[in-house]
Design a protein around this ligand. Structure first.
Ligand code: ADP
Ligand code: MG
Length: 208
């Protein structure tokens, strides 16, 4: 992972999010307030715009600047949470030019931990963390294994897809959906769908 790849990943995520508009929108309309897609689309727009000027920065600065930008531009619960993910990634990669798979796994884990502490949430609460925590664990588990990138990406995508679907049968204990109690059952959490789409987009880019 170097800066060029991070910037290409940003464009790939934006494209994938836009392609999943109908799906993501309808999920937050069902169990939230319907603004999740708008928040994420805006986040992608400002990040993509910013990315054009970050070509000469180290990965740490790229992530840090994205985090700062997202904090000041996206609303909702998801804005500050996703912002904290990027800020923590940046902090973990301080001074590293080309993060190795192991360094990336540590940084991703730090990003997910930042979301956990900011949102005071954990696994099984019907949030984006139900996709992100397992993804961080998977990356960590394979950080020092000689597994091919194609295989690792396939595992990540399958895992994210399954975990996104699992949120359907969860009762929310965090976020707006928790006001619905059992009425949220049968609906996928919008944030977990967004994260599945983003992880899929980066994996597809890495293995193209
Ligand atoms: P809002 O809920 O303020 O309208 P969004 O619609 O943009 O914000 O984002 C909703 C998503 O944010 C949810 O689907 C869920 O995945 C995630 N989320 C909400 N609260 C938390 C939390 N405390 N921790 C982690 N993720 C959360
Ligand atoms: Mg919402």
């Amino acid at each position: 992972m170097n800066t060029a790849l991070i910037i290409n990943s940003i464009f790939a995520v934006q494209k994938a999010i836009l392609a999943n508009e109908a799906n993501i929108e309808s999920l937050d309309r069902a169990i939230g307030d319907g603004d999740h897609f708008i928040n994420v689309r805006r986040g992608c727009e400002v990040t993509a715009e910013l990315a054009k000027d970050l070509k000469d920065e180290l990965p740490a600065q790229v992530f840090h600047k994205i985090g700062m930008k997202l904090l000041s531009t996206i609303g909702g619960a998801s804005g500050p949470l996703i912002s904290s993910f990027f800020m923590a990634m940046g902090k973990a990669l301080e001074g590293v030019t080309e993060p190795s798979r192991a360094q990336f796994a540590i940084a991703f884990g730090a990003g997910v931990d930042a979301i956990k502490s900011r949102g005071k949430a954990d696994l099984g609460e019907k949030t984006m963390l139900d996709v992100l925590i397992p993804a961080a664990r998977l990356l960590q588990n394979f950080a020092h294994e000689p597994i091919e990138l194609e295989k690792l990406c396939k595992l990540l995508k399958e895992d994210a897809h399954a975990n996104m679907l699992f949120t359907k049968d969860m009762i929310a204990t965090k976020g707006r959906a928790h006001f619905l109690g059992e009425r949220a059952l049968g609906h996928i959490d919008p944030g977990s769908k967004t994260c599945e789409v983003a992880i899929g987009a980066v994996c597809d880019l890495l293995t193209a």
